[in-house]
Design a protein around this ligand. Structure first.
Ligand code: ADP
Ligand code: AMP
Length: 215
């Protein structure tokens, strides 16, 4: 199955992707995770991406499209994939379409997780991420049973630098201006499935799997 998981920052894309990719047995392609890995490793891509990520801006389309194109051409994507956080602009969506045509692939569905802005602010500022395996927690909604350590790998939990209140506000504005137009874009292609995302993690997963015809 070839799917895109869309929605504003904090909608629960990464959280749902962890479960869905296991359930559907497909690779999880998160451009945000790819950039954070590059930043950690200090590669030229990381140095460039950091300039934008720290202020909540989008990394330029040429850079982002390039890394996704390379990733989709890898053999493990042949049978399916879940894109999380990409595309985020109309030019990225057009580039994705071209890439998939070149690879003779077709998108099955675009899942749009819908959550109100006030809830997004709470989710983002309380988010904690494992330094080791990248698992996502929340200080109130999904605390780790091991305190400051990851339940899965024992790694240290940290707050992303772009989850500060000031940067979060900017990211939500960038979403409204540059990413929200993709809702109509995919609606027009008949691929969009809107999923209400303010319920529990388990309930949102159930609704997505049901909408995909997997339950
Ligand atoms: P995204 O990848 O869309 O930015 P995340 O999956 O990282 O969002 O989720 C943002 C924060 O909200 C995380 O701290 C996560 O634990 C929490 N969260 C995700 N889904 C839910 C949910 N259904 N209810 C409450 N909190 C949630
Ligand atoms: P995320 O982990 O999806 O919240 O992404 C974190 C940050 O990485 C974003 O705020 C952007 O700066 C950058 N980023 C991730 N995906 C993209 C994308 N598709 N296009 C441009 N920038 C992106």
């Amino acid at each position: 199955m070839k799917i895109i998981l869309m929605g504003p920052p904090g909608a629960g894309k990464g959280t749902q992707a962890e479960v869905l990719t296991k359930e559907l047995n497909i690779p999880h392609i998160s451009t945000g995770d790819m950039f954070r890995k590059a930043i950690k490793e200090g590669t030229p891509l990381g140095v460039e991406a950091k300039r934008y990520i720290d202020s909540g801006k989008l990394v330029p389309d040429e850079v982002t499209v390039g890394i996704v194109k390379e990733r989709l051409a890898e053999p493990d994507c042949q049978a399916g994939f879940l894109l999380d956080g990409f595309p985020r602009t109309v030019p990225q969506a057009d580039a994705l379409e071209n890439t998939l045509n070149e690879l003779r692939m077709k998108l099955d569905k675009v899942i749009n997780i819908v959550v109100k802005r006030e809830a997004l602010l709470k989710r983002l500022t309380g988010r904690r991420v494992c330094k080791g395996c990248g698992a996502t927690y929340h200080v109130v909604f999904k605390p780790s049973q091991k305190g400051d350590q990851c339940e899965q790998c024992g790694g240290e939990l940290y707050q992303r630098s772009d989850d500060s209140e000031a940067v979060v506000a900017n990211r939500l504005n960038v979403y409204e201006q540059q990413t929200a137009p993709l809702i109509e874009y995919y609606q027009a292609k008949g691929l969009l499935l809107n999923i209400e995302g303010s319920d529990s993690v388990e309930e949102v997963t159930r609704k997505i799997l049901q909408a995909l015809g997997r339950e």
